[in-house]
Write a protein that binds this ligand. Sequence first.
Ligand code: ADP
Ligand code: MG
Length: 361
Amino acid sequence: MAKITLDNLAHSYMPNPKSEDDFALKELNHDWTDGEAYALLGASGCGKSTLLNIISGLLIPSQGRVLFDGQDVTHAPTADRNIAQVFQFPVVYDTMTVEANLAFPLKNRRMDTAEITRRVQKVAAMIGMEDQLNRKARGLTADAKQKISLGRGMVREDVNALLFDEPLTVIDPHMKWELRTQLKKLHADFGHTMIYVTHDQTEALTFADKVVVMHDGRVVQIGTPQELFERPAHTFVGYFIGSPGMNLLDAKIDGRQAQVAGATIDLGRDYDAKGRTQIGVRPEFITLHSGGEGIPARVTRVEDVGRHKIVRLDAGGTPVSAIAGEGEEIPTSIDRIRFAEGGVNIYADDWRVAPAGEAAA
Ligand code: ADP
Ligand code: MG
């Protein structure tokens, strides 16, 4: 196991990148703590695989260094990095049995036969394929082959890190949850450094201790699920995480006062926000009122989604979503929204502005 350091790392697929736009991965400095389980979350095309492939050595970065426990491996081949990587689509040897496929990474390292059998049995149980060990991989479903790929990734106990690149994409929905649970268990048992790439927020939030959110080639926030929920560092984190995502309202910020949709509200704390300023409030922190203080708004639709209701409103032309209890009546007289205490974040040009006196994260 190892701590992985990214030092001034950046990557462009172009031979002569001219501007930041030409970089698929913008400059990044980060330590992946030894033994931690990370999710790398972001929309398709944001640079997740690029970053993962640089860590594993499939790609040499155009700038910066990769260090394993302080040792520079930037130009070291994948085989020398002692890493297990599982890809989105299965990589299996069709002519080999399931057992031989699973044993392959161990045989390669000349492990003792009894130990190989023990590990293969264990991993076969984790992926639910104990009774198919003697079958040839050829003819198995894509789903089963992907489980073998996952098993091969999990079979070695001595790796520096385990990297998963959207490994459950072709897996049957019922099995997804089960395999994710197995991966978490593997992490609990062996404490490998794990990086799990996904575009699915639920997968990221349930798998990881820390979530690394990427947007447009940039890491915009690294935090616990709670930090991403309470204090999104970037408006992208606000709306990408959460269901529905964070509401954003253009606002004029003056110290502790904000002018939003024709109303003036007290923010409770002082902000020094310049540029394009917005208030971000998650639907969970919007309360609905008839008259009194608040921002004028009217209900446009109420969606019953089972465990709660999503109330869609219009606040001076800006759509706003609020969450209400399952049994809560939504009176037609509602004409104001307010923000619950502690639920407000201020953004300037999409980045969160800390209120005066807030301890640095
Ligand atoms: P993700 O895994 O988040 O979907 P990728 O890392 O695969 O994103 O891609 C990031 C960006 O780099 C995308 O714009 C993609 O088109 C581009 N890209 C990825 N691989 C290559 C490549 N081999 N050559 C050129 N551009 C690439
Ligand atoms: Mg990818």
